[in-house]
Ligand binder design. Structure first.
Ligand code: NAD
Length: 270
């Protein structure tokens, strides 16, 4: 059911790789709520993924951009201003990648070239996006930027590896740039800390199925799905949440506030 929450709004969605991607679902929900979109992803992901299918479905152009490239991000904002004839009202940053995770390098033995790359893609990219958006005045007054995070930024999940450090940095950038962009143009910046979700990035984490089941048992409402996350992002892009900024917002069925649940106690006593 749609409410026209984003009628007349324009947005850029980073990170739709395939049908499971949180960004993919968010693009569909934003469209259903009346938004006009631009989709973007790394050139290699565009070759491997199925983004053209989504582009057709939501009637959006696809502009390639590797988030580690200043030129690509600058070009994206120049093109988006041309396409929309002005700035955008919202941006979704739904991007994460750790080479240490991908190559099974334990946290205590991290390869720092991999760490640098992972931080650049997963965290610094939010700064880069905001910096070039500001430079090109590419986000409208009261615009909304959301980046996706995970609770490993606050608590230890050993197999989340250096992505935990990347998420801590991502959330910090959201606060710091949120202050600057808020002061300058009332643009708000938040992170949404989502339940474990079965996607390409999620499945890369060692023991991911155990993660999902544990979180499901620990959350009074159960794990939040990618579709539900997309709905939450829609509300954050809408004018109904216009005074929310510089926050890390848990979208996790209550997991983050739960010490232990009856289901976990029962399991331990088995
Ligand atoms: N899946 C989960 O359990 C979960 C939980 C909480 C938060 N998140 C976060 O949600 C976000 C989206 O991940 P997802 O689970 O939808 O997985 P996904 O694999 O579908 O999305 C990750 C995206 O990052 C893109 N990306 C990687 N390197 C890039 C680069 N250099 N330039 C541009 N884009 C690049 C990929 O192409 C892909 O589209 C990530 O930030 C992830 O950490 C995921």
């Amino acid at each position: 059911m749609a409410y026209n929450l984003l009628k007349g709004k324009k947005g850029i969605i980073f990170g739709a790789l395939d049908e499971n991607s949180i960004a993919w679902k968010t693009a569909q929900h934003c469209k259903a709520e009346g938004a006009d979109l631009i989709l973007t992803n790394a050139p290699i992901a565009l070759r491997m993924g199925t983004i053209n299918k989504l582009a057709e479905e939501v009637g959006a152009p696809v502009i390639p951009a590797d988030v580690t490239s200043n030129e690509d991000i600058e070009n994206l904002f120049i093109k988006s201003k041309e396409h929309f004839g002005g700035g955008v009202d919202f941006i979704l940053h739904s991007i994460g990648m750790s080479l240490n995770v991908r190559k099974n390098v334990p946290y205590t033995e991290n390869n720092y070239d991999f760490t640098h790359k992972g931080l650049d893609i997963s965290a610094i990219s939010l700064h880069r996006v905001l910096q070039y958006a500001m430079k090109h005045d590419a986000i409208n007054e009261w615009g909304s930027v959301v980046a996706l995070s995970y609770i490993a930024a606050q608590r230890i999940f050993p197999d989340y590896n250096d992505m935990a450090d990347a998420k801590a940095m991502l959330e910090s950038i959201a606060r710091n740039f949120g202050y600057q962009y808020g002061m300058k143009k009332h643009v708000r910046v938040n992170t949404v800390s989502q339940s474990p979700t079965r996607t390409t990035a999620g499945a890369g984490i060692k023991g991911f199925n155990g993660f999902v089941t544990y979180a499901e048992k620990m959350s009074p409402l159960g794990n939040a799905t990618a579709d539900e996350c997309a709905n939450y992002c829609v509300t954050l892009f809408s004018d109904l949440t216009k005074m929310v900024t510089m926050q890390n917002l848990f979208h996790d069925g209550g997991f983050s506030s739960t010490g232990v649940s009856q289901a976990v106690i029962d399991h331990m006593e088995d």
